[in-house]
Design a protein around this ligand. Structure first.
Ligand code: SF4
Length: 455
């Protein structure tokens, strides 16, 4: 008689490099701990207008908000940065100030990227020799003013040049925000009405485009009637099948998305998209677990209830903010568990001026991708990507060659951008991307010192 084999269950949960469940409580931090917000009622705090009116725009207002938590040396450090290095002016809503650890502002991850200090930047290489203002050449690829046509089937519509918050590492620092001592911003030459008409005109006559990212700036600053009119017009164009609204304000100022007027407008947009069989989603930009708050979760739930297909996160890898596997996994799990946001991408910070201290090398990014695999569901495991100039997004392992000594990676592509229709070599040549010089071995750093223009 055959003996029966029995499988005795022997697997069990093990100690892991990353521990789940999350330990940090999920609660709106108490804003009363900041002198500037002491006694502010919940009603005011949850009002978008109050948040906008009390957003911090300069050092004086920052000091008033943070009181003694902001030491004089940190205040002077931030002030010096604004004068000598910053590419974005200061604009931080109270809701974002409230995500900071008042006990250690110098090392706080949100402070580090929203309110950069001069001494945060790298001393020898604050700037990569190959850095440029519009490092992704978005304006070079405008098909109509503000409409970037880079990929074969999708476009980026930059509706406006402002946001409810300004991030120190903004990749669109050329176009977005106020002038700062280091940067006079490019200004749109046409009125919004004419610009939007030009974009719609191009999309009507370009059936190869099916996907529009509606961005800025931040769509949270587009008056809802204007946003509704623009998206509604997009929905009238038969070739448009996917629309994504890009807003970091969903996290930085969720109060905006909880206003009746805004909710009604978004609901009409969502309904019309559903009727036309078009997918509409929101893309947001959260860089740290401390930024996932109950108010964000509430706003996302409203969007999903009204039929938005998804809310996805496109974070940016920023050294000292989120570049450990623990930082990334805590953020991804917080997004998923607390806010129903899909962790989608993490980009390497682009090569804009003075961004070196934030950027990681391609090798470091590859390791981060490795180290976060296997914890999250596959569909929610964020892809680490790099936006290679004149190429576009590439997954971090897709490079062709990598000179680790000089920190130069070489990339290929399989489509022409909107400005290469006549370039016979566009699909056969390689395109370069540069690691921060200070991450290179000594020989590579020596090479850059003796070739300061990189040639
Ligand atoms: S919200 Fe986006 S566009 Fe606006 S400053 Fe931040 S990164 Fe730039």
């Amino acid at each position: 008689m055959a003996t029966q084999t029995k499988h005795v269950p022997k697997a069990h949960a093990s100690e892991q490099p990353f521990k789940y469940p999350l330990e940090k409580p999920f609660a709106e931090p108490d804003w009363n701990r900041f002198p500037g917000y002491k006694g502010v009622s919940q009603k005011d705090w949850e009002t978008a207008l109050w948040q906008r009116q009390h957003s911090v725009k300069n050092l004086r207002e920052l000091k008033a908000a943070l009181g003694g938590h902001l030491t004089d040396d940190l205040a002077a450090d931030i002030e010096r940065d604004q004068k000598e290095r910053a590419t974005m002016s200061i604009l931080v809503p109270p809701h974002m100030i409230n995500m900071m650890n008042e006990g250690d502002l110098r090392h706080d991850p949100v402070r580090r990227y929203m309110l950069p200090a001069f001494s945060d930047r790298h001393t020898e290489w604050p700037n990569h020799p190959k850095a440029s203002r519009d490092s992704l050449h978005e304006a070079d690829m405008w098909a109509a003013e503000g409409l970037t046509h880079r990929y074969p089937t999708k476009v980026l519509a930059e509706l406006l040049q402002t946001c409810p918050q300004y991030c120190g590492h903004c990749t669109r620092m050329d176009l977005v925000g106020n002038d700062v001592p280091q940067v006079e911003k490019v200004k749109f030459s046409s009125q919004p009405k004419d610009r939007y008409a030009g974009m719609l005109e191009y999309l009507k006559k370009t059936p190869s485009v099916r996907d529009v990212v509606v961005s800025g700036g931040d769509v949270a600053n587009v008056p809802i009637a204007q946003l509704e009119a623009f998206v509604s017009a997009l929905l009238e164009i038969p070739n448009i099948r996917d629309i994504r609204l890009a807003t970091k304000g969903l996290m930085g100022l969720p109060q905006h998305f909880l206003q009746d007027e805004v909710l009604k407008g978004l609901e009409r947009i969502s309904k019309k998209a559903w009727e036309r069989g078009v997918d509409i989603a929101v893309h947001t930009h959260v860089n740290h677990a401390n930024q996932v708050t109950p108010l964000l979760g509430k706003a996302v739930r409203k969007l999903l209830e009204m039929g938005f297909r998804d809310v996805r996160n496109q974070g940016v890898l920023l050294r000292s903010v989120n570049t450990t596997p623990k930082d990334l996994l805590e953020l991804a799990f917080s997004l998923l568990d607390y806010a129903k946001i899909m962790p989608y991408y993490f980009y390497i910070c682009d090569i804009i001026p003075n961004s070196e201290h934030w950027r990681v090398s391609v090798g470091e990014a590859q390791k981060l991708q490795h180290d976060i695999m296997g914890y999250l569901p596959g569909f929610a495991t964020p892809r680490v990507t790099v936006d290679v100039p004149f190429v576009g997004k590439r997954w971090i392992h897709q490079l062709k060659e990598y000179d680790r000594e000089k920190g130069i990676s070489y990339w290929t592509k399989n489509y022409r951008t909107g400005i290469e229709s006549k370039d016979p070599d566009a699909l056969t040549k390689t395109y370069v991307y540069y690691d921060p010089v200070y991450t290179l071995p000594e020989a590579g750093q020596r090479w850059w010192r003796s070739h300061p223009d990189g040639n």
